[in-house]
Design a protein around this ligand. Structure first.
Ligand SMILES: NC(=O)c1ccc[n+]([C@@H]2O[C@H](COP(=O)([O-])OP(=O)(O)OC[C@H]3O[C@@H](n4cnc5c(N)ncnc54)[C@H](OP(=O)(O)O)[C@@H]3O)[C@@H](O)[C@H]2O)c1
Length: 300
């Protein structure tokens, strides 16, 4: 069981060196640096008027649309983007009882950078500034591999989950047409070996979000990362029950996200129980973390 191929000695040394440093750093940050951090000073919009949600046709995206539609009276325009007009129309028809709230549909694949730019220009001209942009569209490698070759599934999961996020946020940053950007990552980012390829893509957008939060603070743009654990959406259809038993509903997820964004939480992590578990796994050497994960989630 103990092999050195994952640099076990190095990790043990690094862990012992890191641990006291982390405690010291948290204390220092809390007492001294708390209010000086630029990204914490920038105000998140409290009364958003216009929001954009990619991947709005089902799951977490659909629940975000519904939550803002029902619980955010300041919200005048909610723009929904996904590949399926039919599914977006269904969401719109289900919600659109009040005509004052505008539910706008744009059909687009987030991997199409030119089309995404064109859509944002149109939004800019028609609706003005975007208060909150949710870069939410994403797919799991497991879903893709059910219907595609290995090669296509790997390429698509990287293309949609990473390039799709970049295409969803860069045009509005260029146009300086956004106040808050919420990037949907996943707790899979902490222990990517538990969900190969997917976890790696989510680790990438987690780092992207952290960098952008720091860099864009000077332009008064707030960036937050959302790291859900299991959320009961179509993405989890067919996933074994042991993996999802601590999951939350998409409605609950939307409520937690809404609250976290108002408070400008740098990273919104939920449910706590799976978050803590995955976070601890990320600090363990692979030869210890992997058997624990396999036992807990009955991975093969
Ligand atoms: N559910 C979970 O347990 C969980 C946990 C952690 C993180 N997440 C993340 O949360 C986000 C939403 O997941 P979900 O559970 O709501 O998944 P879902 O139910 O499968 O919904 C995914 C949404 O993304 C859209 N989408 C997928 N590929 C797209 C593309 N190329 N272009 C445009 N839209 C695209 C889909 O719409 P169309 O098919 O109409 O295009 C759909 O609206 C994802 O980023 C996911 O990785 C989910």
């Amino acid at each position: 069981m103990f092999s050195f191929d994952d640099n076990l000695p190095l990790k043990i040394i690094a862990w012992f060196l890191q641990f006291p440093f982390y405690i010291f750093w948290f204390i220092l940050k809390y007492f001294i640096n708390k209010d000086k951090n630029e990204s914490n000073i920038v105000q998140a919009p409290q009364y958003p008027k216009t929001i954009v949600v990619t991947g709005a046709s089902q799951g977490i995206g659909e629940s975000l649309v519904e939550y803002y539609y029902k619980n955010c009276p300041s919200c005048e325009v909610i723009i929904m983007i996904s590949r399926s007009t039919e599914k977006l129309e269904k969401v719109k028809n289900r919600l659109n009882s009040n005509n004052q709230r505008k539910l706008i549909i744009y059909q687009c694949d987030v991997t199409d950078s030119e089309e995404m730019k064109r859509i944002y220009l149109d939004i800019h001209r028609t609706y003005g500034q975007i208060d909150i942009l949710f870069a939410n569209a994403g797919v799991s490698f497991r879903q893709l591999s059910l219907t595609n070759t290995f090669d296509k599934a790997v390429r698509d999961v990287f293309n949609i989950n990473i390039n799709g996020v970049i295409n969803s946020i860069m045009p509005v940053i260029e146009l300086k047409n956004v106040k808050q950007i919420a990037i949907v990552s996943s707790q899979a980012a902490y222990a990517p070996f538990m969900s190969p390829f997917y976890g790696t893509t989510k680790q990438c957008v987690l780092s992207l979000g952290r960098d952008l939060r720091r860099i864009l603070a000077k332009d008064n743009i707030v960036v937050n990362v959302i790291s859900p654990g299991p959320v009961h959406t179509p993405m989890l259809d067919g996933v074994i029950a042991t993996t999802t038993k601590h999951g939350v509903s998409a409605e609950k997820a939307a409520e937690i996200i809404y609250d976290g964004l108002r408070r400008n939480q740098a990273e919104i992590v939920f449910p706590a129980v799976t978050g803590v578990f995955q976070y601890i796994l990320s600090f363990l050497p692979l030869c210890i973390a992997q058997p624990i994960a396999m036992y807990q989630f009955r991975l093969k």
